[in-house]
Design a protein around this ligand. Sequence first.
Ligand SMILES: Nc1nc2c(ncn2[C@@H]2O[C@H](COP(=O)(O)OP(=O)(O)OP(=O)(O)O)[C@@H](O)[C@H]2O)c(=O)[nH]1
Ligand SMILES: [Mg+2]
Length: 459
Amino acid sequence: MYRETTIASTATAPGEGGIGIVRISGKDALSVGNHIFRMKNGKQFGEVPPFSMHYGHVADGDTLIDEGLGVFMKGPHSYTGEDVVEIQIHGSMAALRRTLRLAWHFGAVPAQRGEFTERAFLNGRLDLAQAEAVMDIIRARGDAALVQAETHLSGALSSFVHGVRDKLKDLITRLEVTIDFPEEDLEDMTLQEISVRLQPIGADLQRLIKRSETGRFIRDGMRTVIAGRPNVGKSSLLNALLQEDRAIVTDIPGTTRDTIEETISVGGVPLVLMDTAGLRRTEDQAEKIGVEKTRHFLEQADLILAVINGAEPLEEEDRKLLARLKGRRAVVIVNKSDLPAAVTEQDIRSIAGSVPLVELSARSGRGMDSLEQELRHMAEGQDAEAGRELYLMNERHMDLVRKASASVERAEKSCMAGMPADCITVDLSEAWNDLGSITGETMDEELIHSIFSQFCVGK
Ligand SMILES: Nc1nc2c(ncn2[C@@H]2O[C@H](COP(=O)(O)OP(=O)(O)OP(=O)(O)O)[C@@H](O)[C@H]2O)c(=O)[nH]1
Ligand SMILES: [Mg+2]
């Protein structure tokens, strides 16, 4: 089987860098390491204490490839749980490639995507949720995502899952007793008791699902769509937020046609800003496609920045946009406040209701600080919770918790309706199983392998 093999790959990203690392893991790591790395002190890995760094050279016969440091980490106290040798040389693609080829020559095989972490999982060093957290740390785009991924890695998600599963198992056991000894009054009492016990479990799962919506923002960024009529200053606003001339600004309506996407970080949360084509009816083919795209993005947006030209009375398209903001996360931006006002707050509120509203001039920069404050406020709402509370950070976990929550809800209803105990057991077992897939306890090897194959090489 493949755990019989010793794997090797670079652990650092391809490209030039100060340092590059070749990692070797498996039962022959020690001998492979000793074949390719010559310590200055003439000793070998295995003769020197493990977990100590040693200066030396990677050598191919008499040819020195590069100088560097080597370390031997003895299993099971290594990342993979196996013997591991890591060699740090200069971050040169050529030197790393030659070192790797040597490792392969002396018996290692190329590591597959995520195989180091997969081995860590198979050797019980991490559960599946923790292994996925490792990838989330690597991919984290902002501080808040990083904090949350570290929380998962430290086992917070796993212990939540264990906690819920233990409670479910307990209830399943009780129900099984009533199935085996079906005395009428015992069953009635137990069903009521079970339903009372299920309520907080269902509520915990529901809360987790709600919070996780926010988790997605932290990880992937809040999709923030800048929308409005042509010429109201959307591109000017994007440029002002980025503090660079990213989008073309002209006084010709219909300047922006294709969507422009740039990310800024606000209070640790990435905002993926999208400048869009101005909303209007048009016969121009390219612009028309642009406007359709805008409408599509508006539907999908996590946050809408609805831009109004404050120096002109509201038009039909403004009204339509404002009317779409109800129940959405949005800020109305009354732009061009350097010009005499033609729109009142009342005009806007009568359509959009109590949405936050900021007056500013994207051209002069006046009022931009109020907008930034408003955005920070929205983002920090997410961020503050992120530090304290547990979120689900990926769709796989989200799906499983949703399914488990639905099963628990079904079981609750069945209890209330006085259904037979075995009906309820089926639903509870399903929830128990689905939650177990988060930590990998109830999954087959093939499925697990497919999850690791989405990881990067070298991790
Ligand atoms: N006076 C004033 N003019 C502004 C302000 N913001 C933008 N403008 C001007 O308004 C015009 C349109 O600006 P854009 O940023 O291109 O507007 P847009 O909404 O992106 O327009 P489209 O891409 O055509 O939909 C330009 O001439 C800008 O200089 C502002 O705060 N005050
Ligand atoms: Mg524009």
